[in-house]
Design a protein around this ligand. Structure first.
Ligand code: TMP
Length: 233
């Protein structure tokens, strides 16, 4: 099958249907825009299982997405979309780059969720950009920006609900959107411990890629523990 795109964590293939792609989750893990890189057996399977679970729950909540179905432990079928080159980050609690950049205390709870845009461009290191930059770069117009933020906040509500059921705090996460051939904005990409910060409510233990970024634990053990909690719901 023809490879359409290979990213750091996934491969996208054409299928017999022009409107459907097959995504294969890889065992590669990277941090710092590829500065740190490793191969970990089982990582693709875990992220595919977790992403598929989240997207199924989001569909139940009425969030339109590219997800069709999981077809194996490491693969899923999705609707073909053109990815909007924006990382949409939602933050409920201060951690990561916002602590370094703006001096918030790590763990400070925000009164309301904050939505940010980052420009997906490896050569520029995915910089933070304003709504006006988004428009100037021609990435989205006012109507699309409003829709991206609206959908991001619904995703946040749904993920918070799921995390609460697991006694976990959703600190922040990154999502991406695409447009289908009719111009509809659909949630795309993945939602996994690679793309979220998740803390144990009791101990603040990380259930996310920070264990790899900061060398504080085994990524596979952490993601397995997270998936086992999810499966037990
Ligand atoms: P940050 O604190 O580094 O800006 O990250 C915010 C959230 O977005 C965190 O949950 C990790 C996620 N994220 C990605 O999934 N991919 C990325 O390239 C970056 C920078 C962050």
């Amino acid at each position: 099958m023809t490879l359409v795109y290979e990213g750091k964590a996934k491969r996208v293939f054409k299928t017999e249907d022009d409107n459907i792609y097959r995504i294969e989750y890889k065992d590669e893990v990277t941090a710092g825009n590829g500065a740190k890189k490793d191969k970990m057996a089982g990582k693709g399977r875990l992220n595919n299982l977790i992403t598929s679970y989240f997207f199924e729950r989001l569909i139940q909540e009425g969030v339109p997405s590219h997800f069709i179905e999981r077809t194996s432990e490491t693969e899923q079928l999705v609707k073909k979309v053109t990815i909007i080159p924006l990382e949409v980050v939602v933050r409920n609690v201060a951690a990561g780059s916002i602590v370094k950049r703006l001096g918030f205390d790590n763990g400070q709870v925000f009164d309301k969720p904050l939505v940010e845009f980052y420009y997906k461009k490896d050569e520029l290191n995915d910089p933070f950009i304003s709504d006006d930059h988004v428009k100037l770069l021609g990435l989205a117009d006012d109507k699309d920006i409003h829709e991206l933020k609206r959908q991001a906040l619904i995703v946040n509500e749904t993920l918070i609900k799921i995390m609460n059921e697991m006694d976990l705090t959703l600190v922040d996460f990154k999502i991406e959107f695409g447009k289908d051939s009719d111009g509809n904005i659909l949630l795309a990409d993945e939602i996994s411990p690679d793309t979220c910060r998740i803390w144990d409510k009791a101990t603040n233990e990380n259930f996310d890629k920070d264990v790899y970024r900061n060398n504080t634990g085994s990524l596979i053990d952490t993601y397995t523990k997270f998936y086992n909690k999810l499966e037990a719901l």
